[in-house]
Ligand binder design. Structure first.
Ligand code: SAM
Length: 270
């Protein structure tokens, strides 16, 4: 198996802000593709300013919340369902942003927040688990102030499964039926615009997303094979650890961007 060295994850030309973060620290919090590369690219379509109150929805082990606090001077609420608030809070304290990032255990359909209480909601590699129902955007936008921004980075296919008639076999083998939630950028644009509740400001597929994902997956495989975090790894049907790593790498290598990408979608509440 080809393994990426940690130094290859430092790419200031492409991801200047993310390059300031220790790759080993990031791999210790790994739950999928590189969260900061996705967020840095997504944030290019958002106006994030110091003092903004941002909800990081599906924040996992917290790398993206640390990034939002440090890079944009935001007050962040890190909400996640699988990861205990205490575990995320320890990450924030150690990263020196414990005073600006609050960890909350919350299910995305039962958010314990006041209406219109956020300037922005950001979600990286999580929306596909809970955000595809017709009813979800209308539910979520109530937590944004008028004019507030929504930014989502989510795994995507270059064509709708419905159009293809089936999930491509190399993706189905690893992701199973969950790939049904990996929609095109244009699907998201229509899904959100049609509500009349937001203006979609951008909806695009990340060029060469599969290459970024593969680079990261290979680095994670090497990191875990060296025994530094044997149980962690990508969240997919193939499971964690070496088998999960190999399955993701094989899927991306077989695909080479034919179907697999990431959608970056931004909008403003009307
Ligand atoms: C693949 S992980 C990504 C975590 C993090 N954003 C990152 O990029 O490292 C997906 C996250 O979505 C969260 N999630 C899934 N379903 C959820 C739900 N119904 N409500 C809240 N969070 C959910 C999980 O708890 C998990 O941490």
């Amino acid at each position: 198996m080809i393994v990426t060295s940690l130094s290859e994850l430092v790419r200031p030309d492409r991801y200047p802000r993310s390059s300031r973060y220790d790759p080993a620290w990031l791999l210790g919090l790994d739950m999928g593709p590189h969260p900061l590369w996705l967020l840095e690219d997504l944030a290019g379509g958002l106006e994030l300013r110091p003092g903004m109150r941002i909800l990081d929805l599906g924040s996992g082990k917290g790398a993206t919340s640390v990034f939002l606090a440090r890079e944009y001077g935001a007050e962040v609420v890190a909400a996640d369902w699988w990861i205990a608030a205490e575990e995320a809070a320890a990450v924030f304290a150690e990263a020196g942003v414990g005073d600006r990032v609050e960890a909350v255990r919350a299910e995305a359909h039962a958010l314990p927040f006041e209406e219109a209480s956020f300037d922005a909601i950001v979600s990286v590699d999580a929306f596909e688990y809970f955000g595809t129902a017709d009813t979800y955007l209308p539910y979520l936008v109530r937590f944004l102030r008028p004019g507030g921004q929504l930014g989502v980075a989510t795994p995507a296919l270059t064509r709708e499964v419905r159009e293809l008639g089936a999930i491509p076999p190399h993706i189905r083998e690893v992701v199973g039926w969950e790939a049904m939630a990996w929609h095109t950028a244009e699907w998201w644009r229509f899904q959100w615009e049609i509500t009349g509740l937001v203006d979609v400001t951008s909806a695009r597929l990340q060029p060469d997303a599969w290459r970024d994902w593969l680079l990261w997956a290979r680095a994670g495989a090497g990191y875990r094979a060296a025994g530094r975090d044997a149980d962690a790894g990508p969240d997919n049907g193939a499971g964690a650890g070496a088998d999960g790593d190999r399955a993701v790498i094989d899927m991306l290598t077989a695909d080479r961007g034919a179907y697999l990408s990431f959608a970056l979608v931004t909008a403003r509440r009307r």
